[in-house]
Design a protein around this ligand. Structure first.
Ligand code: PGA
Length: 252
């Protein structure tokens, strides 16, 4: 049985003070139930410390949204895996479509970041997903499985068990247009079959694949009960304590 993983991707929202308040509210709403679900909050870098303090004593984990693959160096504006670890993060989101789209992040860079994150002892969440154009051109499988293969290149099987994938169709992110549970499940199934083909049942059966893209309290339960969907990566609905808590409960 795979333990569902529900992560809040706060993107570039919330000051440190606001982030602390939101994290405290989420921790208090989730203090009694849902041990079956692993919950992670991923605020902006500048709020990691505040959220870490707010989550003290709570089982909710902390994650960051991006990193460089080098440990240190002349890379203005970048943050290394080791620096992220010192903020108390155990998770790291990599290859989000906004990074790929607006910051030209390539599959090769995602692969380097993934290997560096694993070396540092972080648990990466690697995002993949097709654009609307690619979907309409019948390229879902080529694009998504291509991204998965490229990201995982050279990663060992034991390391694969420390990471998760997030299938996030680009057309569903922040648009209010969610993939139907059947549309999402179809792609999750393709990803899992591809993992089975390349790494065998051990990895395919254990690796969690989250769904992301306009998940809300109203559609979360139906998405999360699909056979190959193991929780979600939540953007907009993660910025309000009650809606995020309701989504986490839907995965319990
Ligand atoms: P959304 O974002 O829930 O606002 O669609 C999801 C994500 O980008 O991870």
């Amino acid at each position: 049985m795979r333990r569902p993983l529900v992560a809040g991707n706060w993107k570039m929202y919330k000051s440190a003070a606001e982030a602390g308040t939101l994290a405290r509210a989420i921790a208090s709403l989730l203090s009694r139930d849902c041990e079956t679900v692993e919950v992670v909050l991923c605020p902006p870098f500048t709020s990691l410390q505040a959220v870490r303090e707010a989550l003290a004593g709570s089982p909710i984990a902390l994650g960051a949204q991006n990193m460089h693959w080098e440990s240190e160096g002349a890379f203005t504006g970048e943050i290394s895996p080791q620096m992220i670890l010192t903020t108390g993060c155990s998770y790291i989101i990599l290859g989000h479509s906004e990074r790929r789209q607006y910051f030209a992040e390539t599959d090769e860079q995602v692969n380097r970041k993934l290997k560096a994150a694993l070396r540092a002892g972080l648990s990466p969440i690697v995002c993949v997903g097709e654009t609307l154009e690619q979907r309409e051109a019948g390229q879902i499988e080529t694009v998504v499985l291509g991204q998965v293969r490229a990201a995982l290149q050279g990663v060992s099987e034991p390391e694969l068990l420390k990471m998760a994938l997030a299938y996030e169709p680009v057309w569903a992110i922040g648009t209010g247009r969610t993939a139907t549970p059947a549309q999402a499940e179809e792609v999750h199934g393709l990803i899992r079959s591809s993992l089975r083909q390349h790494y065998g049942e051990g990895v395919a059966g254990a690796l969690r694949i989250q769904y992301g893209g306009s998940v809300k309290p109203e559609n979360a339960a139906e998405l999360f009960t699909q056979q190959n969907i193991d929780g979600g990566l939540i953007g907009g609905a993660a910025l309000k304590a009650d809606s995020f808590a309701a989504i986490v409960r839907a995965a319990c």
